[in-house]
Design a protein around this ligand. Sequence first.
Ligand SMILES: [Mg+2]
Length: 333
Amino acid sequence: MAVLHKEFIEFNKNISLTSKRKESLKNSRKELRKKIRKWFKDNKPDELQPKFNGQGSYSMNTVINPLPVTDSQGKQKLMYDLDDGVYFIKKNEQNDHRSINTLHNWIFDSVDNHTGQSSIKKNTCIRVVFADGHHIDLPIYYKNEESILLAHRSKGWLESDPKEFTEWFNGKKTTQLERIVRYLKAWKNFRETNNNSLKLPSGFELTILATENYFEDDNDDRAFRETIRNIESQLTNTFGFKCLRPTTPAGEDLFANYSDTRKSNFLSSISSLLNDLDRADEEPNFRKASNILVKNQFGSRYPLGEDNDSDTKNKELIKALGMATVTPKPYGY
Ligand SMILES: [Mg+2]
């Protein structure tokens, strides 16, 4: 049995953001905030002014380097996905928020041409796309005394609390759980890159599944494998095919609107992953074991192990120990 802990740790290094990259993404967010603030000051001085709160994987330290994507002009792009919540906080007695469309239009206008490319109006946010491929999503919230409401263009005002989710995760996480979430996201990234029609659960959903099913172990390969086993059995056994949001709106099933195809694709992908993790675990040769994961599940960002058998090592060890125990003891003289 080849224990691939070392390989998993190196994989984590390959998919994690360098501090330089973190800094540059943070800076990009900072510049965008500055621009939005200025636009409101100049154009809507009598309205509620926007406040910001970073959310999503950047705040949870689980962002991964995406695999580069080649655009139509042959340029390599890195599609980092950041989220920055825009908040309008109630000030007066009266309900002083504007309509969902007005808020979306204002934010759209405030960021337009920031990057030389046009921003995108989505149902849940305004997306600002940058030349190197990364984008910043700006969901818009209105906060009053009782609740935080997300301005959703097709569903209306929805109760939501992204900060509560970040706190939920940060309260449960260990550095190993952070790595497990990154492994899962890198798996999703590789699998979807290889198969355009495959749409696995979002990073947010995978984070919930990993956290709810986390198996702690000294070795990352066992921790990851058993976490995946727990996820698979949760989805196929008693609990059913569900992913319940743990924070406001708590209990919402994020898988409720999955098509049958999406559901069966995810289930077969997760059992293929588990199957390969078990095969790698049973394979004594480190190179062969890691190659199973490189080929089918993670791609070349996962390192190849040494071309030797864990059995060979064990045998040598047993031999050495055996030698010691069979050494004739100097009884009798
Ligand atoms: Mg996003």
